[in-house]
Design a protein around this ligand. Structure first.
Ligand code: 3AM
Length: 177
């Protein structure tokens, strides 16, 4: 059988924002809220591709390289919990148009290439905890991190020795106008 990898497109977060979110998480959530996502694994998923072959990966990378996405500002000022999937997240209260366009393009390219795309609407978020199936009190509004994403990336996800590892395989810039 052809070798496949579990891949997804995501926005990378600047190191500084990753560190600030981790510090904030440590002081604003109960210790046992769920399984915390490691600092280096914080990302904003744009399109999930599933387990795909090297050929399909190459084709999707070519298509991604043709995207000309203008840069946009992203303000992370909202948090929530999805009890069914056990996810606690932070994300933008108002998703910038550029972010929605980028996710739409990547998801449409993925769908056309045969990668199943869930019918659920895109809800941009950064997962902070997984396996958070008991409701927790969310931090009061007032927090926010703003930045200008400079790139999006193709990530490979693997699960080894009880841990999820993400590896950035390729990156593309968001273009300044
Ligand atoms: O890190 P987040 O939560 O944004 O939830 C999975 C994770 O997103 C999502 O892909 C990201 C990397 O694993 N994911 C996993 N399986 C999925 C699926 N079948 C999925 N997204 C959509 N459909």
């Amino acid at each position: 059988m052809a070798e496949t990898r579990r891949l997804f497109f995501a926005l990378t977060l600047p190191d500084k924002i990753q560190s600030e979110i981790i510090s904030w998480r440590a002081t604003h959530f109960p210790y046992a809220a769920g399984k915390p996502v490691a600092r280096a694994n914080l990302h904003l998923t744009l399109a999930f591709l599933g387990d795909i072959s090297v050929e399909k990966q190459r084709a999707l990378c070519q298509l991604a390289g043709r995207i000309r996405q203008s840069a946009f500002n992203l303000c992370l000022d909202d948090a929530g919990q999805w009890l069914r999937s056990g996810v606690i997240w932070v994300g933008p209260r108002h998703a910038p148009r550029g972010l929605l366009q980028l996710a739409d393009m990547l998801r449409a390219q993925a769908a056309r290439s045969g990668c199943y795309q869930a019918a659920m609407p895109f809800h941009p978020h950064i997962t902070l905890y997984r396996q958070a199936t008991q409701a927790v009190a969310l931090p009061a509004p007032g927090f926010s991190w703003s930045f200008r994403p400079t790139e999006f990336a193709l990530y490979a996800s693997s699960f080894k020795q009880g841990r999820t590892h993400y590896q950035v395989l390729e990156k593309w810039p968001c273009l300044e106008q």
